[in-house]
Write a protein that binds this ligand. Structure first.
Ligand code: BYC
Length: 472
């Protein structure tokens, strides 16, 4: 196993692809299909080149290279974190046994399903974001969008590598299908709900990278615990790239809130639309929407699927190694969100079936940190208004709350009340049209649109007024 990337090959990789001609040929025949998909479903804005980070290594001494590249020539590669030869299974029925380098036959179908679901989200997000380049608020933001896009493309490669290398013909068919489903398509949509929603404007993009990419961070964190070592090592490396996606979301919303707060103070009004800002109640509605659709991504509050994944050792918990229990959970119980006598409450279940809730809870804690940060911006501006996360029962389409309606405060509503009041809580056509009206491209170096504050830092030591993107 080499750890240094081989860039002389058509497909950069650190998995010694040249030693397996069949696999190499299979991936090389998928590559033009991927490129055709990128050309037809990827970013629509014509660019000459973009200042991008490319993964070139996985070691501690620096893993990425920065430079201007034409996006179609981006070196999408296959990188797995370094192998720990002594790694043992950390949870479930096989705890303590050596991790698997090949797939045990009895778990093949489940592993394939997990990898396909993960793989499906990556190109989906590129599709959702494809038109955003036309309205970027600065070259700095435009570059970040494209960085996220090419890395989601690389994450697709990561999953396709696993499908080709370990799942035979079926894996190759699934890899092909990953390019054939499309976000929002009525005939063949993406698998998970949030990935069929639109990302039509940059406020949505920042909310998506904050809330939906963060689901990615948590799901990858549980797959990193997997007993199937190649999956674990793949996810470990993907998480490195994911940190930048989190940064784009967190600082993106920061900058919107900062600008809105500034305008609120300056004009002594909540109605900052008159001065070209995004009113805080609109920010709250976008937050409500993206948070609730992202909560759905964790699946049901109780799930026999997740219990099986855990016992089999396929998917662990967030920070499995730091949990102080027996890592088998055969006799434990936990509280999960539930409908209790028709009301929003909690009920006790066997811990093993509640693991989607366990992960969702970790995720919610992390999301709260973002809200605290945004509220700090408001507080420091001397404002009393605050943002908040809505109730777990609000606007849910998956899980126990899918069948009911609830207010952001967690009060159960009749269907009629919901219809009457949802415009207070979710973006309306009027809100969306207003936000879209602000989306005018700013492609001049060092300039920024008026609805958000400039970033505090450059990229890789390059200042804000650097030529991050050269348009075609
Ligand atoms: N939409 O037993 P349950 C990312 C289905 S994001 C539609 O509770 P389970 C990224 C479910 O498939 C991370 N259907 O589900 C972010 C099941 O169907 P079957 C992506 C849904 O299996 C931004 C049925 O409902 N990675 O990386 O416990 C940009 C019963 O549900 C949904 C993963 O998700 C939904 N939201 O848990 C780029 C990791 N939820 O079996 C990238 C892999 C559930 O009855 N996936 N269903 O036909 C998993 O771990 C699990 O499959 C899930 C669901 C957590 C998604």
């Amino acid at each position: 196993m080499t750890t240094h990337a081989d860039y002389s090959e058509k497909i950069p990789n650190n998995v010694s692809l040249h030693e397996d001609r069949r696999l190499q040929r299979a991936l090389e025949s998928w590559q033009p299909n991927f490129l055709a998909w990128w050309e037809s479903m990827g970013p629509t804005l014509p660019t000459r080149d973009v200042y991008l980070r490319t993964a070139v290594n996985v070691g501690r001494e620096g893993w990425a290279h920065f430079g201007h590249v034409a996006m179609r020539d981006y070196r999408w590669g296959i990188f797995l974190a370094e192998r720990d030869p002594g790694r043992l299974i950390g949870f479930g029925a096989h705890k303590g046994e050596p991790v698997w380098q090949k797939i045990p036959g009895e778990y093949r179908a489940e592993l394939q399903r997990l990898i396909v679901i993960q793989g499906d989200t990556e190109p989906a997000s590129v599709e959702q974001q494809r038109n955003l380049g036309a309205t970027a608020p600065s070259l700095w933001d435009l570059r970040n969008l494209f960085q996220v896009n090419v890395e989601e493309g690389r994450h697709l490669w990561a999953m396709v590598y696993l499908l080709h290398a370990y799942f035979g013909r079926e894996g190759r068919e699934e890899a092909q299908a990953l390019l054939q489903r499309n976000s929002g398509s009525s005939e063949s949509p993406r698998i998970l709900g949030a990935f069929n929603e639109e990302t039509p404007d940059w406020l949505s993009f920042f909310m998506f990278t904050y809330f939906t990419d963060r689901d990615g961070k948590y799901q990858l964190g549980t797959l990193k615990e997997s007993s199937f070592d190649p999956l674990s090592r793949t996810c470990e490396f993907m998480l490195k790239e994911e940190a930048h996606h989190m940064f784009v979301g967190t600082t993106g919303v920061d900058r919107v809130v900062e600008r809105t707060a500034q305008l609120m103070v300056e004009h002594d009004t909540d109605d900052v639309a008159a001065s070209g800002g995004i009113p805080l109640d609109v920010v709250q509605k976008y937050l409500n929407f993206h948070y609730s659709v992202s909560l759905d991504l964790f699946g049901g509050e109780t799930s026999s699927n997740v219990a099986h994944y855990y016992t089999a050792g396929l998917k662990g918990r967030w920070m499995e190694g730091r949990r102080g229990d027996d890592h088998k959970l055969t006799d434990d119980s936990m509280l999960v969100d539930a409908l209790v006598d028709g009301e929003i409450g909690q009920s006790e279940v066997a811990a093993i079936v509640g693991l989607n809730s366990d992960l969702r809870r970790e995720y919610i804690k992390d999301c709260s940190a973002g809200v605290s940060r945004w509220n700090k911006i408001l507080r420091e501006a001397g404002l009393s208004q605050r943002l908040s996360l809505p109730s777990v029962a609000f606007n849910r389409k998956v899980g126990v709350f899918a069948g009911i309606e609830a207010s952001p405060g967690g009060v159960r509503l009749s269907a009629q009340e919901w219809e009457q009041r949802k415009a207070q809580w979710l973006p309306t056509e009027v809100d969306k049209t207003y936000v879209r009206s602000l989306m005018r491209p700013v492609y001049e170096r060092g300039k920024i649109a008026g609805w958000l504050a400039p970033p505090r830092n450059g990229i890789n030591g390059q200042p804000f007024d650097y030529e991050f993107v050269r348009l075609a």
